[in-house]
Design a protein around this ligand. Structure first.
Ligand code: 5GP
Length: 227
Protein backbone atom coordinates (compact mmCIF):
# COMPACT_ATOMS: atom_id res chain seq x y z
CA UNK A 1 0.00 0.00 0.00
CA UNK A 2 2.74 2.47 1.05
CA UNK A 3 4.66 1.59 -2.11
CA UNK A 4 1.55 2.27 -4.18
CA UNK A 5 1.00 5.72 -2.61
CA UNK A 6 4.68 6.53 -3.05
CA UNK A 7 4.51 5.52 -6.70
CA UNK A 8 1.40 7.64 -7.26
CA UNK A 9 3.03 10.68 -5.65
CA UNK A 10 6.12 10.22 -7.80
CA UNK A 11 3.94 10.02 -10.90
CA UNK A 12 2.01 13.18 -10.02
CA UNK A 13 5.24 15.05 -9.33
CA UNK A 14 6.64 13.83 -12.63
CA UNK A 15 3.56 15.11 -14.44
CA UNK A 16 4.16 18.53 -12.97
CA UNK A 17 1.05 18.48 -10.80
CA UNK A 18 2.99 18.99 -7.58
CA UNK A 19 5.68 21.29 -8.93
CA UNK A 20 5.52 24.92 -7.81
CA UNK A 21 4.91 27.66 -10.39
CA UNK A 22 7.93 29.73 -11.53
CA UNK A 23 8.74 32.62 -9.16
CA UNK A 24 7.01 35.94 -9.89
CA UNK A 25 9.51 38.02 -11.92
CA UNK A 26 8.05 41.30 -10.58
CA UNK A 27 6.43 42.43 -13.83
CA UNK A 28 3.45 41.27 -15.88
CA UNK A 29 4.46 40.95 -19.53
CA UNK A 30 6.97 42.16 -22.12
CA UNK A 31 6.57 44.46 -25.08
CA UNK A 32 8.65 43.42 -28.06
CA UNK A 33 9.23 46.82 -29.70
CA UNK A 34 10.14 46.89 -33.39
CA UNK A 35 11.05 50.13 -35.11
CA UNK A 36 10.64 51.23 -38.69
CA UNK A 37 14.02 52.75 -39.69
CA UNK A 38 12.43 55.13 -42.21
CA UNK A 39 10.41 56.78 -39.45
CA UNK A 40 13.42 57.10 -37.15
CA UNK A 41 15.58 58.60 -39.86
CA UNK A 42 13.21 61.16 -41.33
CA UNK A 43 12.41 62.48 -37.85
CA UNK A 44 15.67 62.56 -35.99
CA UNK A 45 17.80 65.55 -36.86
CA UNK A 46 20.60 63.07 -36.88
CA UNK A 47 20.19 59.53 -38.09
CA UNK A 48 23.44 57.69 -38.62
CA UNK A 49 23.82 54.34 -40.24
CA UNK A 50 25.87 51.93 -38.15
CA UNK A 51 29.50 51.26 -39.03
CA UNK A 52 28.35 48.03 -40.70
CA UNK A 53 26.37 50.03 -43.30
CA UNK A 54 22.77 50.94 -44.09
CA UNK A 55 20.44 48.51 -42.33
CA UNK A 56 17.95 46.50 -44.38
CA UNK A 57 14.63 48.18 -45.17
CA UNK A 58 12.92 46.07 -42.52
CA UNK A 59 11.65 46.38 -38.97
CA UNK A 60 14.55 46.37 -36.53
CA UNK A 61 14.40 45.58 -32.85
CA UNK A 62 14.14 48.48 -30.43
CA UNK A 63 13.92 46.36 -27.32
CA UNK A 64 12.19 43.83 -25.11
CA UNK A 65 10.56 45.78 -22.31
CA UNK A 66 9.15 44.37 -19.06
CA UNK A 67 5.82 46.09 -18.27
CA UNK A 68 3.10 46.20 -15.65
CA UNK A 69 -0.55 45.65 -16.51
CA UNK A 70 -1.35 49.22 -15.41
CA UNK A 71 0.78 50.66 -18.23
CA UNK A 72 3.82 51.63 -16.18
CA UNK A 73 7.14 49.83 -16.33
CA UNK A 74 10.23 49.21 -14.25
CA UNK A 75 13.57 50.55 -15.44
CA UNK A 76 17.26 50.42 -14.57
CA UNK A 77 16.65 47.67 -12.03
CA UNK A 78 20.21 46.52 -11.32
CA UNK A 79 23.13 48.89 -11.89
CA UNK A 80 25.49 46.17 -10.68
CA UNK A 81 24.54 43.97 -13.64
CA UNK A 82 26.42 45.99 -16.25
CA UNK A 83 26.34 45.25 -19.96
CA UNK A 84 29.18 42.90 -20.83
CA UNK A 85 29.88 42.60 -24.59
CA UNK A 86 31.85 39.39 -24.06
CA UNK A 87 28.64 37.63 -23.02
CA UNK A 88 27.01 38.21 -26.39
CA UNK A 89 29.98 37.81 -28.73
CA UNK A 90 28.28 34.89 -30.52
CA UNK A 91 25.23 37.07 -31.26
CA UNK A 92 26.90 40.25 -32.48
CA UNK A 93 26.61 39.72 -36.22
CA UNK A 94 22.92 38.79 -35.89
CA UNK A 95 22.33 41.78 -33.61
CA UNK A 96 23.95 44.05 -36.18
CA UNK A 97 21.47 42.84 -38.80
CA UNK A 98 18.32 42.63 -36.71
CA UNK A 99 18.91 45.12 -33.89
CA UNK A 100 20.75 47.90 -35.74
CA UNK A 101 21.29 51.29 -34.17
CA UNK A 102 20.47 54.47 -36.04
CA UNK A 103 21.71 56.99 -33.50
CA UNK A 104 24.64 59.33 -34.03
CA UNK A 105 27.55 59.30 -34.15
CA UNK A 106 27.75 56.16 -36.22
CA UNK A 107 28.73 53.18 -34.09
CA UNK A 108 28.67 49.41 -34.08
CA UNK A 109 25.53 49.07 -31.97
CA UNK A 110 26.98 48.23 -28.56
CA UNK A 111 25.76 51.54 -27.07
CA UNK A 112 22.15 50.81 -28.06
CA UNK A 113 22.31 47.21 -26.78
CA UNK A 114 23.94 48.43 -23.56
CA UNK A 115 21.18 51.00 -23.06
CA UNK A 116 18.44 48.44 -23.68
CA UNK A 117 20.01 45.85 -21.35
CA UNK A 118 20.65 48.33 -18.54
CA UNK A 119 17.30 50.15 -18.77
CA UNK A 120 14.99 47.21 -19.57
CA UNK A 121 16.93 43.93 -19.53
CA UNK A 122 18.09 44.25 -15.92
CA UNK A 123 14.42 44.32 -14.89
CA UNK A 124 13.94 40.83 -16.29
CA UNK A 125 17.13 39.32 -14.87
CA UNK A 126 15.14 36.89 -12.73
CA UNK A 127 13.84 35.34 -15.96
CA UNK A 128 16.83 35.58 -18.28
CA UNK A 129 20.48 36.52 -18.08
CA UNK A 130 22.18 38.93 -20.47
CA UNK A 131 22.82 36.37 -23.19
CA UNK A 132 19.27 35.06 -22.81
CA UNK A 133 17.83 38.56 -23.07
CA UNK A 134 19.39 39.17 -26.47
CA UNK A 135 18.93 35.61 -27.71
CA UNK A 136 15.25 35.50 -26.76
CA UNK A 137 14.57 38.90 -28.29
CA UNK A 138 16.15 37.84 -31.58
CA UNK A 139 14.18 34.58 -31.56
CA UNK A 140 10.89 36.43 -30.97
CA UNK A 141 11.58 38.85 -33.80
CA UNK A 142 12.31 35.91 -36.12
CA UNK A 143 8.94 34.38 -35.42
CA UNK A 144 6.95 37.25 -36.90
CA UNK A 145 7.85 38.84 -40.22
CA UNK A 146 5.98 42.12 -39.91
CA UNK A 147 7.15 43.58 -43.20
CA UNK A 148 6.01 40.49 -45.08
CA UNK A 149 2.66 40.53 -43.30
CA UNK A 150 2.06 44.17 -44.18
CA UNK A 151 3.31 43.82 -47.74
CA UNK A 152 1.04 40.81 -48.28
CA UNK A 153 -1.84 43.03 -47.20
CA UNK A 154 -0.84 45.69 -49.75
CA UNK A 155 0.70 47.97 -47.10
CA UNK A 156 4.14 49.01 -48.33
CA UNK A 157 6.86 51.43 -47.22
CA UNK A 158 6.31 53.79 -50.13
CA UNK A 159 5.38 57.07 -48.41
CA UNK A 160 1.68 56.34 -48.96
CA UNK A 161 -0.93 56.71 -46.24
CA UNK A 162 -2.75 53.65 -44.91
CA UNK A 163 -5.63 53.16 -42.53
CA UNK A 164 -4.37 52.46 -39.02
CA UNK A 165 -7.11 49.88 -38.63
CA UNK A 166 -5.96 48.04 -41.78
CA UNK A 167 -2.40 47.85 -40.44
CA UNK A 168 -3.64 46.42 -37.16
CA UNK A 169 -6.08 44.07 -38.87
CA UNK A 170 -3.36 42.62 -41.15
CA UNK A 171 -1.10 41.87 -38.18
CA UNK A 172 -3.96 40.49 -36.11
CA UNK A 173 -5.06 38.21 -38.95
CA UNK A 174 -1.55 36.84 -39.51
CA UNK A 175 -0.45 36.47 -35.88
CA UNK A 176 -3.64 36.14 -33.86
CA UNK A 177 -2.63 39.13 -31.72
CA UNK A 178 -3.46 42.82 -31.92
CA UNK A 179 -0.34 45.00 -31.97
CA UNK A 180 0.15 48.38 -30.32
CA UNK A 181 1.14 51.04 -32.83
CA UNK A 182 3.29 54.06 -32.06
CA UNK A 183 3.53 56.99 -34.46
CA UNK A 184 5.74 59.99 -34.84
CA UNK A 185 5.74 62.92 -37.24
CA UNK A 186 8.03 63.57 -40.16
CA UNK A 187 9.40 67.08 -40.86
CA UNK A 188 6.22 67.88 -42.89
CA UNK A 189 4.22 66.93 -39.79
CA UNK A 190 2.78 63.83 -41.43
CA UNK A 191 1.84 61.16 -38.93
CA UNK A 192 3.74 58.02 -39.70
CA UNK A 193 4.19 54.42 -38.56
CA UNK A 194 7.14 54.46 -36.18
CA UNK A 195 6.97 51.37 -33.99
CA UNK A 196 4.97 48.18 -33.67
CA UNK A 197 4.74 46.60 -30.23
CA UNK A 198 3.73 43.00 -29.65
CA UNK A 199 3.08 41.54 -26.23
CA UNK A 200 4.97 38.55 -24.91
CA UNK A 201 4.39 36.52 -21.76
CA UNK A 202 6.64 37.12 -18.77
CA UNK A 203 8.84 34.14 -19.55
CA UNK A 204 9.72 35.86 -22.84
CA UNK A 205 8.59 32.88 -24.89
CA UNK A 206 5.04 33.21 -26.22
CA UNK A 207 3.19 36.08 -27.86
CA UNK A 208 -0.01 37.05 -26.06
CA UNK A 209 -2.86 39.58 -26.16
CA UNK A 210 -1.78 42.92 -24.76
CA UNK A 211 -3.24 43.76 -21.35
CA UNK A 212 -3.32 47.46 -22.34
CA UNK A 213 -3.94 47.58 -26.08
CA UNK A 214 -3.71 51.36 -26.35
CA UNK A 215 -1.94 52.82 -29.38
CA UNK A 216 0.11 55.95 -29.07
CA UNK A 217 -1.24 56.83 -32.49
CA UNK A 218 -4.73 58.34 -32.35
CA UNK A 219 -5.10 58.90 -36.10
CA UNK A 220 -7.16 57.14 -38.73
CA UNK A 221 -4.53 57.28 -41.51
CA UNK A 222 -0.75 57.10 -41.17
CA UNK A 223 2.13 57.22 -43.59
CA UNK A 224 4.46 54.29 -44.12
CA UNK A 225 7.76 56.02 -44.89
CA UNK A 226 10.28 54.87 -47.47
CA UNK A 227 13.68 53.81 -46.21
P1 5GP B 1 14.49 53.54 -24.86
O1 5GP B 1 14.99 54.37 -23.71
O2 5GP B 1 13.27 54.11 -25.52
O3 5GP B 1 14.43 52.08 -24.59
O4 5GP B 1 15.67 53.63 -25.98
C1 5GP B 1 15.99 54.79 -26.64
C2 5GP B 1 17.48 55.12 -26.43
O5 5GP B 1 18.31 54.31 -27.24
C3 5GP B 1 17.77 56.58 -26.78
O6 5GP B 1 18.69 57.09 -25.82
C4 5GP B 1 18.46 56.50 -28.12
O7 5GP B 1 19.40 57.53 -28.31
C5 5GP B 1 19.15 55.16 -28.06
N1 5GP B 1 19.22 54.57 -29.41
C6 5GP B 1 20.33 54.19 -30.05
N2 5GP B 1 20.03 53.71 -31.26
C7 5GP B 1 18.68 53.78 -31.39
C8 5GP B 1 17.78 53.41 -32.43
O8 5GP B 1 18.14 52.92 -33.50
N3 5GP B 1 16.46 53.62 -32.18
C9 5GP B 1 16.00 54.15 -31.00
N4 5GP B 1 14.68 54.33 -30.85
N5 5GP B 1 16.84 54.51 -30.00
C10 5GP B 1 18.17 54.31 -30.20
Amino acid sequence: MITKVWFLLKLLTFQGLFTSPPPDPGFDFFYLALQWPGAYCDTKRACCYPTTGKPAADFGIHGLWPNYNNGSYPSNCDPSNEFDPSEISDLVSTLQTKWPTLSCPSNEGYKFWEHEWEKHGTCSESVMDQHGYFEKTLALRDRINLLQILTDAGIKPNDEFYKLKDIKKAIEKATGFTPVINCNRDPEKNRQLHEILLCVDKSGTEFMDCPMPTDRCPYSHIQFAKF
